[in-house]
Design a protein. Structure first.
Length: 122
């Protein structure tokens, strides 16, 4: 967890989104996540579409693995969820509330990601 926090602190300093904006939920969230019609391109490569109408529902309490080829958007999902970036269009919600309504700092302190790095064999 310590590694996660230090990474979050470094990312917060980049100010992709103002971490002070938005609200911290006053009640516990269930954790239902929905990407609906999400379109996104990274600002540094705006001509390359990462998501073009992505629809994805992750029910609360489920275990979800995202797999795909390099560059297919696997790491972009949590980057959008934690508001390091915002989609150009579409809706990203937690329990029916847009993530844009949440404080990025609050989101980043309540979401953990486990990356799997496959062993590479000669």
């Amino acid at each position: 967890m310590r590694h996660h926090c230090s990474c979050t602190e470094r990312c917060n300093k980049r100010h992709y989104n103002n971490v002070a904006e938005g609200q911290s939920p006053s009640t516990n969230l269930q954790g239902d996540i929905e990407f609906r019609g999400v379109h996104f391109s990274y600002p540094s490569r705006s001509e390359v579409s990462v998501f073009n109408g992505l629809d994805l529902v992750v029910p609360s309490g489920s275990v979800t693995a995202v797999v795909g080829a390099s560059g297919s958007g696997k790491s972009t999902l949590p980057a959008l969820l934690m508001r390091f970036y915002d989609p150009s269009s579409g809706v990203l919600q937690i329990d029916g509330t847009s993530v844009r309504d949440f404080s990025p700092q609050w989101l980043r302190s309540h979401i953990s990601i486990v990356h799997q790095v496959p062993a590479q064999w000669p």
